[in-house]
Design a protein. Sequence first.
Length: 245
Amino acid sequence: MEPPEPPEDREMELREHLSELRKRTLRILVVIIAGMVVVFPFSSKLIREFWEGLFAKKLDMVIYTPTEWIVTQLIFSLILVIFATYPFLVYELYQFAKPGLFEHERKFVKTFLPFSYLLFLLGTGLAYFIVIPKLYSWAVVPYFGAEPHLSVKRTLYGAFKIFFAFGLTFQIPVLALISVKLGLIDSNWLRGKRIIVYIAIFILATNITFDISGISQIVILALVAVMYELSIFLARLFEKPKSTT
């Protein structure tokens, strides 16, 4: 029989919640800033390597403003640090929520957190090695004999948006399972919100990609649909023990 309250649960004032949130946020900021300090000196080389991986053929990088390159270096360093420290960021979020969780809920969440990072890597890897090069091949096709000259900042921004869209989409099953286990939602709730989620994702995908052909939006929507339907299926499985008691 589980305890009536989580082992560390107690009434906390708003000031205490804000203090705990501030502590976790400061830790995250310190790690991110320190990581950027380390990565920034190597960002030029890393950007060039990343750029070459985006296109099927060699394409020159173009800068249209005096500050574009430095801003690109900063953004690239930030994205790379977030990618590398993703497990730490998730861990800090877990530590913030931990006092309100039962012991079995903590074990369940800790079990699935490593899967969250693996799925994040799978989604971003799929985007970087397959999806983005295919989509960006449309951008480097000569039009009426004119060679394309793409802005470094805008091109990388577009790539990062697709990059993280895929990584976060692969988090849907993990987030759904954790929410079901914690009793926040169930499979019926997921089924009821299916259409709303698909419409919202399509609108979001339309705004985060520069692809006017609509291919990237369709790919993202299809991926969300697969992950969402998988979430509903897994949610039903985790609800079975409850229905038999």
